[in-house]
Design a protein around this ligand. Structure first.
Ligand code: SPV
Ligand code: MG
Length: 292
């Protein structure tokens, strides 16, 4: 099997549009792979939410690392971890990259905001940006500390989120590419793709561009393809679909005081066993344990 770093690099360099699907634990990572995706977005929002905390670096970076290790162990496709701001300065970024490599994570995305961050989609949140030269130092530190030459560092530009405009976004894009970023993620929370398309029109195709269309979900995927975008992240849709399912099941069982109504809508326990690969342990027991 190809290394996950190499798999991720190939995704970034593919000629046609590629996709990452969000996962937030080992089980969802496995579900993403089975659905046919070639890569996983280790969403900061989804991991935090699944731990019951806010997307404000309330979970420590090593707690996130533990989750991402389970995700990596449960799947054979690469994960790009949403590394937020890198959890500190350039030095924290260096250590993060080393630890991600050790745990089989294919790539990291870091964003040009200040630690502790606010989620980009929050209404009326403070979104202070990191100074360009400081963030450039983080990108360089990340690239200098990777041991595997295929490990990718994606630089995320939050200029639109912070309402600094297209000029600032382009200035940052150029600086981050020059610093060695393997790709740029340009984020927007408008309900149309206007900011993203304006950026693509000016930027050209000198470095792969990644987008997260959570808010502009009505934009047809063909528009991204035609604009020259290389990677689309479906950022939180397994989390949100599982929340809807869990709320419905919990409410029904609570009101009915019975399991009768929900059984038809949920997977059999057998499906959980299959996703856990119980079969492999059964075979190993036959090989390694004395006959019963
Ligand atoms: C995430 O999924 O954690 C992201 C994307 O960073 S967003 O929530 O839009 O900021
Ligand atoms: Mg995030």
């Amino acid at each position: 099997m190809q290394k996950k770093t190499t798999q991720f690099k190939a995704l970034l360099q593919a000629r046609d549009l590629q996709f990452l699907m969000e996962a937030h634990d080992g089980l969802s990572a496995r579900i993403v792979e089975e659905a046919g995706f070639k890569g996983i977005w280790g969403s900061g929002l989804a991991i935090a939410a699944s731990l019951g905390v806010r997307d404000n670096n309330e979970a420590s970076w090593s707690q996130v690392l533990d989750v991402v290790e389970f995700m990596s162990d449960a799947s054979s496709i690469p994960i790009m971890l949403d590394g937020d701001t890198g959890y500190g300065n350039f030095n924290n970024v260096r250590r993060l990259v080393r630890k991600l490599e050790q745990r089989g994570v294919g790539a990291v995305c870091i964003e040009d905001k200040l630690f502790p961050k606010n989620n980009s989609l929050l209404d009326n949140a403070r979104q202070p940006l990191e100074a360009i030269d400081v963030f450039v130092g983080k990108i360089k530190a990340a690239k200098d500390s990777q041991q595997d030459e295929d490990f990718c560092v994606v630089a995320r530009i939050e200029a639109f989120i912070a309402k600094w405009g297209l000029g600032e976004a382009l200035k940052r894009a150029e600086a981050y590419q020059r610093a060695g970023a393997d790709a740029l993620l340009i984020h927007s929370k408008l309900s149309t793709a206007d900011e993203i398309l304006a950026f693509m029109k000016e930027w050209g195709d000198t470095c792969p561009v990644v987008v997260v269309p959570t808010k502009y979900y009505t934009t047809p995927t063909s528009v991204f393809r035609e604009a020259g975008i290389r990677l689309v992240i479906w950022a939180n849709h397994l989390l949100r679909s599982s929340v809807a399912a869990m709320q419905k099941t919990a409410a029904t069982i609570h009101s009915q005081q019975s399991l009768l109504e929900v059984e038809k809508d949920i997977v059999p326990v057998q499906e959980i066993f299959r996703l856990q690969n119980v079969e492999e342990l059964k075979q190993a027991e036959d090989r390694y344990l004395p006959p019963a």
